[in-house]
Write a protein that binds this ligand. Structure first.
Ligand SMILES: [Zn+2]
Length: 482
């Protein structure tokens, strides 16, 4: 058997003003040797696939791996060049099995569905019988073109996405079985008519994930996935869907997909997002007796395509004169360079945040001390190392701000501690993240609170200005099945 592996991943916030171009990919990853480097979220599957294939004595061909931090639309020529490089490798090597790690919500100028486009072109080269397996982030759009052209699609089950390697191993086994003629996988989906943020480490989603796992390997069901959907994308297919792969039995796959869609509908009240706003969240800190309290700045999550430079929390902190707070990561490569020039210990005036778009709010002028600078910082997300470039700790008289040269969300309190901030002395930690921060902060915080902050990734699903899909989804309407 010959296996070809590749990765092309970004999540596109079509409402974000920042284009995703060549530099955006190069600052994260463009390589033809991903399995020779440390695994990140989207290359971890390639590491697993290479290992498992080599164990079986398969020939492994590694093509391009490219990933960019989520932002606005991908530049058309950049997408087409990456796509065409992978397709040229498929054409040249004629693999029996193609396994790809993609995000599933990549939009380029002229392409609302990059993954579907990639799959249909790969299928055209490989012919109808070869196996194509696709591993996706659950914040995907699961389009017809993906389903019609891939043999097998599997989503990460967990959000935070700590299970990419585990899902990769499952996909490999399913692909190998199909390639060896042991199974005939068939995929069916069901539209849940829902759009919400599903935190799988909490109930009721935790039990739902377990139910998906429990259904696998029984009654001919090979795999059950839930597409949460990526809400900040104006595309026709945005929304939650279930996906079931069964062995040779389309009716079984369809009925199981419907069952799991019904199950999701049944737990919707537990998934309804009732988050406090910024003043209410800071009041919770004032009333707390155990510290540090973690408050998530959800609306400015770089992982959802936001600039990571919004100032709504900072403005309120300054207004209240609050102290002993660590906040960030703010993306500002220019300010990082200025701090590097000034050096540790420098006292300087800075204008922080609010620079990329009006959704980031106004810039805040502060007098700060540069307390630490550290290059090549990374953060852990599950087993993966996520890059943040050079980090700077700015102390605005008790408000401790972390600024980075690479735009990233805050996955771990290590961004504070690696710079020397003593989090035990903090009353509050305020990461910019929707949910990926959760596991690492929950370990060190007596209270973890998601906060409904403004920004380009607002958690209020009812106000996202879609033009390409209808508004017939929960919670925008209470019953979309009427
Ligand atoms: Zn995701």
């Amino acid at each position: 058997m010959k296996l070809l592996i590749a990765c092309l991943a970004t999540e596109t916030n079509t409402f974000s003003p920042m284009p995703t171009g060549q530099l955006a990919f190069e600052s994260v990853m463009v390589t033809r040797e991903a399995t020779k480097s440390t695994a990140n979220l989207f290359t971890a599957p390639l590491h697993e696939w290479r290992c498992m294939a080599e164990d079986r004595g398969w020939e492994v061909v590694e093509s391009l791996s490219a990933a960019a931090q989520p932002a606005g639309n991908t530049v058309r020529a950049v997408y087409e060049a990456f796509r065409d490089e992978i397709l040229a490798d498929i054409e040249k090597h004629q693999p029996d099995v193609l396994l790809m790690s993609m995000h599933g919500a990549m939009v380029a100028d002229g392409y609302d569905d990059c993954e579907g486009d990639m799959m249909s072109r790969a299928r055209a080269i490989m012919g109808p019988d070869k196996v194509i397996g696709l591993e996706l982030d659950p914040h995907n759009h699961l389009t017809r073109a993906m389903l019609d052209n891939a043999t097998l699609i599997i989503n990460f089950k967990e959000y935070p996405h700590v299970d990419a390697p585990e899902r990769a191993r499952e996909l490999f086994v399913m692909a190998a079985d199909a390639a060896e003629g042991k199974t005939k996988p068939v995929m069916r989906t069901h539209d849940c008519r829902m759009l919400t943020i599903i935190e799988t480490m909490k109930e009721p989603a935790k039990t739902y994930v377990q139910a998906m796992k429990d259904a696998e390997g029984k009654d001919g069901v090979l795999s059950v996935s839930l597409t949460h959907g990526f809400p900040w994308a104006d595309v026709a297919d945005v929304g939650a869907k279930t996906l079931v792969i069964a062995d040779g039995n389309a009716d079984k796959a369809a009925s199981a997909a419907k069952d799991f869609a019904d199950k999701l509908w049944d737990i919707r009240e537990g998934l309804r997002m009732n988050y406090p706003d910024i003043p209410a969240a800071l009041d919770i800190v004032d009333a707390a007796t155990e510290f540090p309290v973690t408050l998530a700045d959800m609306g400015d999550n770089a992982g959802g395509g936001a600039p990571a430079d919004s100032t709504f929390f900072l403005q309120e902190i300054v207004k209240r004169g609050a102290k002993d707070i660590a906040h960030g990561v703010f993306w500002d490569p220019v300010l990082v360079t200025m701090c590097q020039d000034a050096g540790v210990g420098a006292r300087m005036r800075v204008r922080l945040g609010g620079k990329i778009c009006k959704e980031s709010g106004d810039a805040v002028d502060l007098e700060v001390t540069v307390r630490a600078i550290r290059e090549n910082m990374t953060q852990k997300l599950g087993e993966s190392d996520m890059p943040m470039g050079t980090g700077v700790w700015l102390d605005a008289d008790g408000v401790h701000l972390v600024v980075s040269s690479v735009r990233t969300q805050n996955f771990s309190p290590s961004v504070y501690t690696d710079l020397g901030i003593n989090i035990d002395e903090m009353r509050a930690l305020i990461p910019k993240s929707t949910n990926h921060f959760y596991q690492n902060f929950e370990r060190i915080s007596p209270q973890v609170i998601h906060v409904r902050t403004p920004g380009t990734v607002t958690p209020d699903m009812t106000i996202i200005p879609f033009t390409k899909r209808d508004g017939n989804f929960w919670p925008k309407v209470e019953n979309p099945f009427n």
